[in-house]
Design a binder for this molecule. Structure first.
Ligand SMILES: [Zn+2]
Ligand SMILES: [Zn+2]
Length: 70
């Protein structure tokens, strides 16, 4: 597993100031404690989730590889 090396690469985020929650498609304000992580399956897409969806366990789907996860 060479997963760790992927996280050292720079990640391009188009709308870095207003990320969109992948679960509810809501824009995430900067003051909200949202989480951002690379897709655990392909590692090519930065998945943003707002605090509400993370707490509620709303599933997400990676638009690159179609991976679905909680
Ligand atoms: Zn959300
Ligand atoms: Zn993916």
């Amino acid at each position: 597993m060479a997963l760790a090396s992927r996280f050292t690469k720079p990640v391009i985020v188009d709308e870095i100031s207003t990320p969109i929650c992948i679960s509810c498609k809501r824009s995430i304000p900067p003051y909200e404690k949202a989480v951002a992580f690379l897709c655990p399956n392909c590692g090519k897409y930065v998945i943003w989730r707002c605090r509400r969806c993370r707490v509620a366990g709303v599933p997400y789907r990676c638009p690159v590889c179609g991976f679905e996860g909680p």
